[in-house]
Design a protein. Structure first.
Length: 117
């Protein structure tokens, strides 16, 4: 999922003809829900989204599938907020019961518990 800045879409040359984004300037937030290909969400997409300059990237790992280098031990549900700083992401992990903080939504009051099925 992505969150787009409608005012920045005017600078996207293909947007009026088809829903294609050619740069990351219009994207304010990208969200990935981790599945069995967790390496893509934690490594590859983190690099790709940082290169595009997307200000914030959320990784939602409901089942604790990510590697221990990404979600720690013991493996458990984890919500990671990646915030761009100097063209790289600073990552902050949140566990059950912890309030999630977001630069995009500074007034957000949400815990991973509220998102769990």
């Amino acid at each position: 999922m992505i969150l787009l800045d409608n005012t920045a879409l005017e600078k996207e040359p293909l947007w009026e003809r088809e829903p294609v984004i050619t740069s990351g300037q219009a994207i304010k937030l990208a969200v990935e829900v981790v599945s069995t290909n967790w390496q893509d969400d934690y490594a590859r997409k983190t690099e790709d989204y940082a290169l595009l300059g997307i200000p914030e990237y959320w990784i939602v790992d409901f089942r604790g599938l990510g590697g221990v280098d990404y979600i720690g031990r013991p493996k458990q549900p984890t919500f990671t907020v990646c915030t761009i700083q100097d063209n790289d992401y600073i990552q902050k992990r949140y566990r059950l019961g912890e309030a999630i903080q977001s630069n995009i939504f500074p007034e957000l009051q949400l815990c991973l518990n509220a998102l769990m099925p």
